[in-house]
Write a protein that binds this ligand. Structure first.
Ligand SMILES: NC(=O)C1=CN([C@@H]2O[C@H](COP(=O)(O)OP(=O)(O)OC[C@H]3O[C@@H](n4cnc5c(N)ncnc54)[C@H](OP(=O)(O)O)[C@@H]3O)[C@@H](O)[C@H]2O)C=CC1
Ligand SMILES: O=C(CO)COP(=O)(O)O
Length: 317
């Protein structure tokens, strides 16, 4: 894998931004890791940037993107987003925000089963870079690919981004499931039916179904629902042990995007009449409207139904 040295700016020096900066630096790229708390001005780091990657948590994306907009950036600059969230006011994904603010620049989504603590330890991992602009996706692929980090391209940015974003809600449910000691069968059922909900929403929002069965969908769902390293999983686990959301958020290291994502997801599902029963129970749990046990009972006692929504009747038996 040979390529010319690129100037890469990483916005956000949190857990994920720091891990991604390390990956880009391993390949000899010139990397600037920017944080609002650091001494470097955004204007100075953006000068001559080939790639600007945002690893800002969802709540700060639009503010930071607007500041970048008021700074001089090369017309060739590729924007990459690694945030997993949805904007409450617009229900936009992060890439939709970047594309709205930079309509003439390529925007690439980077998402996959990527628990940052494992990546910092240089354990092997894989991810996906997705864009409508294949050349931009390939440039980003070269910047981050190494013997420890395998990067695939994908032409479905919305699907890749929604897989990474929506699985956080199911990861909260998975943490609850493990926290209540419900067993392996329950967990398998939860994760599989959770994927069904992600596919329903994703298809409705224009994503390709097969994307959700790849690394950024099923892959990330499996990683996040099975690892105590996941903040979203941890949050669910602690809810099951009787802690309040407020108490958990006060001690959680970093951002658990699933909390805000769940609220926006409920709005999307209601507007579009999409059934997402697991996510709905996560929502009610986060709002303090049900206990973990009540959420479980509500799911188990739903009306019985066929497994798949859209099997033609003649193919069912
Ligand atoms: N950690 C992981 O394993 C992975 C995380 N992600 C996603 O990446 C995103 C970031 O996660 P992570 O790094 O773990 O989170 P952290 O909480 O560790 O870091 C969040 C970063 O966003 C910055 N930030 C937040 N709001 C603003 C703002 N208004 N202006 C400027 N900067 C802001 C924070 O700056 P400050 O420190 O100054 O508050 C910090 O640098 C999330 O969407 C997450 O879902 C994706 C894959 C893996
Ligand atoms: O997205 C992640 C792994 O791919 C990180 O998950 P958490 O945000 O739940 O820690």
């Amino acid at each position: 894998m040979s390529q010319s040295v690129k100037s890469v700016v990483i916005l956000g020096a949190g857990a994920w931004g720091t891990a991604l900066a390390k990956l880009a630096a391993i390949n000899g790229n010139q990397v600037h890791l920017w944080s609002r708390q650091g001494s470097q001005s955004l204007v100075s780091v953006l000068e001559n940037a080939h790639i600007v990657l945002s690893a800002i948590s969802m709540q700060g994306v639009r503010d930071v993107a607007s500041v970048v907009q008021s700074s001089p950036v090369s017309p060739e600059t590729i924007f990459v987003t690694a945030t997993k969230g949805l904007e409450p006011k617009t229900t936009y994904t992060p890439s939709q925000i970047w594309q709205e603010i930079f309509p003439n620049h390529p925007v690439v989504v980077l998402s996959g089963p990527n628990l940052s603590q494992e990546i910092v330890r240089e354990l092997p991992a894989a991810t996906v870079v997705a864009s409508k602009n294949i050349n931009a996706a390939q440039s980003v692929q070269l910047v981050f690919s190494s013997s420890r980090f395998r990067v695939y391209t994908n032409p479905d940015p919305v699907g890749v981004e929604l897989g990474g974003t929506l699985k956080n809600v199911i990861a909260i449910a998975a943490g609850v499931c493990d926290g209540l000691n419900l067993g392996t069968n329950a967990k398998a059922a939860l994760v599989t039916r959770g994927l069904t909900e992600i596919v329903r929403i994703g298809k409705n929002l224009g994503a390709k179904t097969e994307t959700f069965y790849g690394l950024s969908g099923l892959g990330d769902l499996l990683a996040t629902c099975n690892s105590p390293l996941s903040r979203n999983y941890q949050l669910g686990y602690q809810l099951a042990h009787g802690k309040t959301l407020k108490e958990i958020l006060a001690s959680l290291p970093g951002t658990a995007e699933g909390v805000n994502t769940c609220r926006v997801l409920m709005e999307i599902a209601q507007q579009r009449s999409i059934a997402i029963p697991i996510s709905e129970q996560v929502y009610q749990l986060l709002e303090g409207e049900v206990t973990p046990q009540q959420a479980l009972d509500q799911l188990m006692l739903r009306d019985i139904k066929p497994e798949f929504d859209d099997f033609p009747k003649e193919q069912m038996w």
